[in-house]
Every structure is written in C-alpha cells, then in structure tokens.
Design a protein around this ligand. Structure first.
Ligand code: GAL
Length: 415
C-alpha cells in the first residue's frame, strides 16, 4: 500500500479519538522509553529545542529499558489506527516498520541537511530503506562498557581490569571488601547486554560469526560454552535482590558505592552525570575487558508515522535531531556520542571523548558491530530467542553446555 493511502486510512480510523484531536497540527506526539533520570534530562534537550521552533511536544513515555514495552504499545496504537507521530526505535525494528510501508519519507530534509555525507554508514543501514530516508538517528550508544566506582576500585587495588582474569580478580577483591561486586538488574535485555560484551570478549570474528552471521557452529560450539561459563561466573557476583531490578537502580548502587561496577551501555553515564558525578573522579568508564578496540553499537532513531497535518512538525523534528549543535548538546547529557561524523568532541567529558574515538577507530578497523541485545545485530525474533536462552541460563535453568546447544536451536527455529 502507498504511504499516502496508509496515512489517509490511519487518519480515518483515528476519527475523533481524543489523542488525535488534542494534538495540534504543530505538535509531535513522541513515543519513547526514556524515563530514567539521565534519559529524561536528555529528552528535555530535544523538547526545548523543538519548542523554540514552535513545535509542541505531547509526551508518550512507555517505561522499560531496551524498549520492548514501547514496541508493544506502538504495535497496539498502529493496529488501533492511532499511531504516534514520532517514535524512538532501534535497528531492525525500523526496518520491520519500513517493510510495512507506514513510515514517513524524510528525503527532503535529509537532502537539505546533507545527511548522506555525515551520518555513518553503519547507521544509514537502518535509517534508509530502499534508498529512502525513513528515520533520523539521534545518537550512537555502545554496549561493551563497564562503569566502575572509583572508591570501590581504589579499595580493590586501584587498577582497572584489562583482561578477563583481571576482571575476576577485581570482582573478588570487591566481594572481600563487603560490597556487591556487580550491580545488575535481572531483566532479559540487561542479561543480554552483558552477553553482548562477553561474546565480543571472545574475539571480533566470533562475535560476527555468532551474532551477525548466526552461524550454527559458532552459536553452539566450544567458544559459546565458554561464553556461558563466563556468564555463570559473573552471575556469582550479583546480589540476592537482582531479579527484575531496573537498570538505573543498578547504576544507583554504583553511584552510592554500594556496588563496585555495572556492565551496561553508555546510557548509564547519563545517570552518573545526573547524580553530579564526574568521570575519572567518582567513576571510571572502561571497555569490557578483552573488547578494547571493538564496539557493539546501538543507535536510537526517530521514525515518523504518516498522519495528515503532521508533516511540517515531523520535518522540523527530523531537522532538529540532526543539527550539529543539538547532536552535541543532547549526547553530552545522554551518555551517547553523535550520529554525525563532523561534530566536535570539545563539549564531551573524557568518557564521551573516548566513546567518539573508539567508534571512529572501530569503524576504520572493521571492529564495529551491531548490538544483539539492542536490536542491531538481528531482527526481533532472533533477538528474543537469544534473550530467552541467556536469561534462562543466567537464572540457573540451563547448564553452560545446554545453553549453547539451546541457543543454536532457538535461533534456528526462528530463521
Ligand atoms: C536502549 C536505548 C538507550 C537507553 C537504554 C535503556 O535500548 O538505545 O537509549 O534508553 O535502552 O533504556
């Protein structure tokens, strides 16, 4: 179906729904999952930017890190003929919606602002569909980070770990010091975020074969058994109350010195900054030991759903998102790095500067990979299959050998 036909039928189906009538033509209704302190602070930068251009903001937050709940809400809204005007989305989810031919075409604004020249190709793979721009990338996050309390590390010997063995030694020392070594929230997407990094720590080739190429031998083989062994080891350093905990509460444990470290994407930095902490002084950011030089990325993008009367506000929002000054201001707060290659790192703190440098170097070296946990390695069906196995194993339901075998079976079943 053509985009215009869809737009017309969506508008028709929406009818007199209050959600639509209360949204003025110059407003955008934005569906997103940025509800944690650091995330909300970053979102505010976008809201204010749009307000200065006369574009009103109708907030549609759906809590839940990683965005699974938001995507369920989106599906329900679209099915009800009441799609939001702009939606935060990740990787393959964008492609899935583009395949349904319901996303607004952003080619005009992309051409005016020359997005082709400045948006990294790894992001364009998701922002463009059949040669058309259908999403505006707001940032680049990466998942293979560890956030360490400086005081907890000092008490544990002071040296940031660079290898798996050093990591285990630091975790042991933190345990001996009477704190929770690893702050973690037991939710499938968080388990999978650590899994991303552990798989990558077995080598670039292995990450590519198993997570991107979905090679059955890599998914079920000895190296994957070793990955699960490492996950089992990490599991032994979390506290008893980890189950179901939100990621930002795990960050708070590190911020408050109750825990030693958190393995999480760089949105965690937003929480440290919001709490008034400074990198290098209060906390450290390091790449997950064994993944230095490599990056597993995810990029938040905003896709627009075609609704009559919204085009002007949508184009303004898309243009605002990609403006270099906004990219700097927003990402400084969010913990991510710009989705354009030409933004100065001057305003960024040391972790942000490192993030930008790592991204550029990994891109050059061919060691930049899409994050499985955050929808940039494979479509949602595969991602969910991986989540299921990783979480079952993390909670003791599968041995390391069983988990590797089950991982291959679960992925194979949805291919
Ligand atoms: C990621 C998203 C980040 C951050 C995180 C936790 O999927 O890309 O921007 O919001 O979830 O909510």
């Amino acid at each position: 179906m053509r985009l215009t036909t869809i737009a017309a039928s969506i508008a028709l189906a929406a009818g007199m729904s209050s959600a639509v009538t209360s949204t003025m033509a110059a407003d955008v209704e934005v569906l997103h999952w940025w509800t944690a302190g650091g995330e909300a602070a970053a979102l505010d930068v976008l809201k204010q930017d749009l307000e200065t251009q006369g574009v009103g903001w109708k907030d549609m937050p759906v809590a839940g890190g990683g965005g699974e709940a938001a995507m369920t809400t989106l599906r329900a809204r679209v099915t009800a003929g009441n799609a939001p005007t702009a939606v935060q989305m990740l990787g393959f989810d964008i492609t899935d919606w583009a395949n349904e031919d319901v996303l607004a075409n952003l080619n005009d604004v992309a051409a005016t602002e020359n997005w082709d020249a400045v948006v990294p190709t790894a992001l364009q793979a998701f922002s463009k569909h059949d040669g058309n721009w259908i999403a505006a990338p707001v940032n680049v996050h990466s998942t293979n980070w560890v956030w360490i309390s400086k005081s907890a590390l000092d008490a544990a010997g002071g040296k940031a770990p660079e290898s798996w063995e050093e990591l285990v030694a630091v975790l042991d020392a933190m345990k001996a010091n009477g704190i929770t070594p690893l702050a973690h929230g037991g939710q499938p997407w968080q388990d999978a975020t650590i899994f991303d990094a552990v798989v990558l720590s077995m080598g670039n080739e292995f990450y590519k074969q198993s997570m991107i190429d979905l090679d059955m031998d890599a998914l079920s083989g000895e190296e994957m058994v070793e990955v699960f062994k490492r996950m089992e080891t990490l599991r032994s350093y979390v506290d008893d109350n980890f189950s179901g905990r939100d990621w930002n509460l795990a960050s708070a444990m590190v911020i408050e010195g109750k825990a030693g470290m958190q393995m999480m994407g760089d949105w965690a930095k937003g929480e440290f900054l919001k709490a008034g902490q400074t990198p290098g002084e209060d906390f450290l950011c390091i790449r997950f030991p064994g993944t230095q030089g490599s990056v597993t990325f995810n990029s938040d993008q905003f896709a627009m759903f075609g609704q009559e009367g919204d085009a002007d506000a949508q184009q303004k929002m898309a243009a605002a998102i990609l403006s270099p000054t906004f990219q700097s201001a927003f990402n400084v707060v969010k913990g991510s790095v710009p989705a354009r290659t030409d933004v100065s790192d001057a305003e960024f703190d040391d972790c942000g500067k490192k993030g930008m440098k790592d991204l550029a170097e990994a891109n050059e070296a061919g060691s930049l990979f899409g994050s499985m946990a955050h929808g940039h390695a494979a479509p949602a069906a595969v991602k969910n299959a991986v989540y299921d196995v990783v979480t079952q194993h993390f909670n003791g339901g599968l041995s390391n050998e069983e988990a590797a075998e089950e991982l291959a079976n679960a992925v194979d079943a949805v291919l």
